[in-house]
Unconditional design. Structure first.
Length: 677
């Protein structure tokens, strides 16, 4: 094996420093200086060097976050300085009492300077650095003995493996909170739920579970962060005079400290800081459960000392809880505007996350099964920030004997159409898409949309009025509207009423595929509608086809076939289609459609080269629209498409006054006509 040259050793050292510095910029300063890709390249360069010359690896190398220490031991470790807890204040009064006690003890009437820090909702950890290198990380445990979790802590990118700067002490202990930011928590839970595994109730639980892993490689995949909030030195005389300055020191060593931290003098300023942080709470990317006030001067801290297990110089002013227990009194099913059936838990009202909550979504039947939630169960309800309340856990020990299992109803609670759940889909749906009042507005909006029947002017404003006034129940009612129905309506002018009636009238003769698309059958988009129309030719044939026949159409798989079948199986939908017919809507079968092609009777000429398609393709697409494509320009030519380097044909067209389209216009024209070759 070759030995590392001094150059290699120095390059590896340099890479470690660069990577450590970028880590600091990213995690501590929130100010990345290089793109992730560049970081990855440097990281790989170091990895390659270390793989080639294993003797140059150092324990603080950024490549050694996982695996360097084997499995996590969870060995008992004694804390050199006990890890105490904090007293709580639950009201303004209790905070004022605290401030008064501090002043009384210090025999002063002067305002006290406090550091105000968010109380992060995670787990306390203690980190030992010897000669600047992370040598031991431990949990709080009972405050006197904790567990060794060094191998897991090393995987957290915001924990420095080596302290930055030249003036690092021989021995220092940094304490702080390990927590899981909300985004990471949500994606972790989603990942777990998708695999049918148990999810975590809240970010704190998720952080605890992630630190409790035996394998650091598992912890490494969990999105954990660490924020430092205190420092202790063997030689205390080396510490700055205030807690605040101590934390700035810690930050320079490479730790993240909380960016919301600030100073406040006097209890009024503390109360203001409390209010402001509370305002901000919902928008923070991590969870906090209060604000901690700490006397800033270390000399005063020392004078105040401790009582039982908490310091006299600090207090946690708590925020309203984001989780509470309550009882599911009933489960009802709601129908969304697209027919999705959502189970909603009716809860015994409970004050949580700052509001009284009496409903919580249960999402779908899979979620109910996953939680094993039953009517009568006592559950954890969580409401964080502005997020809608969630049932996150059932307390099965408190389940009463008469608890009822939740069943999906067979028919829609709004329109009584069948509820169907297509295999492989989590969501159950009402199949009365055209008829169901819950889906009315959406059905009309879709029917009238530009890509469907393109009823100009029938926007949300009209739809709201027409549905709310019960002038329109289903799309068929649109065709029965008279101008006099519309002119009396407030906010709607005479002209707009007249235009609307005309636009509705113009939509009476759609081509088949547009009509199929306009029905709003689940998962039947334009392409599928076209494929169905050209395969079956008539609406009758589509509506009578069984699932197997439907699946012989390109793009139609079992799920889409299931949706189509259940749509046409609903008598209410059939009735609405019949009502459309009765109202004079006549869609064209495919053969007739061919006669209606927009370019029927026209002759087009292609010249020059197109960058976006071949000439054959352009020809096929024009032919699909009914045009004949000719090789030479004459006075009878309808249009010339001129690509790059178009020559004599273009000149001739211009001479004869034949319309010319460039490639951009042509592409737009094809898109507007939705052709497919
Ligand atoms: S100071 C002697 N500062 O709250 C003082 N604690 O109830 C020790 N915590 O176990 C703690 N954010 O896990 C302090 N900015 C902060 C904190 C904080 C969260 C947690 C910590 C501690 C618990 C105390």
């Amino acid at each position: 094996m070759t030995k590392a040259t001094p150059d290699v050793i120095s390059r590896a050292g340099e890479l470690r420093d660069i990577l450590t510095e970028h880590n600091y910029q990213y995690y501590v300063l929130d100010d990345p200086r290089i793109p992730d890709a560049e970081y990855d390249r440097l990281f790989r360069e170091l990895q390659d060097l270390e793989a080639k010359y294993p003797e140059i690896v150092t324990p603080d190398s950024p490549t050694r976050r996982v695996g360097a220490q084997g499995e996590t031991t969870f060995e008992e470790v004694a804390h050199r300085i006990p890890m105490l807890s904090l007293d709580n204040a639950f009201s303004e009064e209790e905070l004022r009492d605290f401030d008064r006690r501090v002043k009384d003890r210090l025999k002063t009437t002067d305002d006290i300077e406090y550091v105000c820090e968010p109380k992060l909702d995670g787990l306390a950890v203690s980190l030992h650095y010897e000669a600047g290198i992370l040598t031991r990380a431990a949990t709080r445990g009972d405050g006197y003995t904790g567990e060794d979790i060094t191998a897991n802590i090393r995987t957290i990118p915001s924990v420095p493996l080596k302290l930055r700067g030249d003036s690092v002490p021989d021995l220092v202990e940094v304490r702080g909170e390990v927590y899981m930011p909300l985004k990471g928590f949500e994606s972790l839970n989603k990942r777990l739920a998708d695999r049918g595994e148990k999810t975590f109730v809240n970010p704190r639980n998720a952080a605890a579970g992630s630190l409790r892993q035996k394998k650091p490689s598992v912890t490494a995949r969990r999105p954990l962060e660490m924020c430092a909030y205190s420092v202790a030195l063997e030689d205390e005389s080396q510490l700055p005079a205030t807690h605040w300055d101590g934390l700035q020191q810690v930050r320079n060593w490479g730790f993240r400290i909380n960016p919301e931290m600030r100073l406040a003098t006097g209890v009024e300023a503390c109360l203001k800081a409390y209010d402001e942080l509370m305002e901000k709470r919902a928008s923070l990317p991590y969870e906090i459960d209060g604000i901690v006030f700490k006397v800033n001067s270390l000399a005063l801290q020392q004078q105040l000392g401790f009582v039982s297990r908490a310091p006299r110089w600090a207090i946690a002013h708590k925020f309203p809880a984001q989780e509470e227990l309550t009882v599911i009194e009933d489960v009802e099913f709601q129908v969304g505007r697209t027919g999705a059936i959502t189970p909603v838990a009716r809860l015994k009202p409970v004050f949580v996350g700052g509001v009284t909550v009496s409903n919580a979504t249960l999402h779908n039947m899979d979620e109910i099964r996953r939680l094993d939630a039953r009517i009568g169960d006592t559950v954890f309800v969580r409401r964080a920030g502005d997020v809608i309340p969630q049932v996150v856990k059932v307390v099965t020990e408190r389940r009463p004997d008469n608890a009822r299992v939740v069943e999906l109803p067979e028919t829609c609670p709004v329109c009584q159409s069948d509820i169907v759940q297509i295999e492989g889909e989590a969501v159950a749906r009402c199949s009365g898409g055209l008829f169901c009042p819950a889906q009315r507005k959406e059905a009309i909006r879709h029917y009238a949309s530009r890509k469907a029947l393109d009823i100009e002017g029938l926007g949300d404003k009209w739809i709201d009025i027409l549905v709310e006034r019960e002038l329109v129940r289903t799309v068929a009612d649109l065709y029965l509207l008279k101008k006099s129905d519309l002119t009396g309506l407030e906010r709607m002018g005479e002209k707009s009423a007249e235009n609307l009636i005309k636009a509705i009238d113009r939509s009476r003769h759609p081509v088949l595929w547009k009509f199929v698309y306009a029905l709003g059958i689940r998962e039947v988009g334009e392409a599928t509608a076209k494929a169905l129309a050209s395969h079956f030719g008539t609406l009758e044939a589509i509506s009578e086809a069984d699932e197997e026949a439907l699946q012989s159409v390109p793009d139609v798989g079992p799920i889409v076939a299931g949706h189509i079948r259940s749509f046409f199986d609903q008598p209410h939908n059939q009735e609405t289609i019949q009502a459309l017919r009765d109202a004079g809507v006549q869609w064209q079968s495919e053969e007739i459609t061919a006669e209606e092609k927009p370019l029927k009777g026209e002759t087009w000429v292609l010249t020059g080269s197109l960058s976006g398609m071949t000439r054959d393709e352009a020809k096929a697409r024009l032919e699909a629209l009914g045009a004949k494509v000719a090789g030479s320009v004459s006075g009878k030519t309808s249009c010339v498409v001129a690509g790059e380097a178009a020559g004599s044909k273009l000149a001739k067209a211009e001479k004869l006054g034949v319309p010319v389209m460039d490639e951009k216009a042509f592409t737009g024209f094809l898109a507007a006509h939705n052709t497919q070759s």
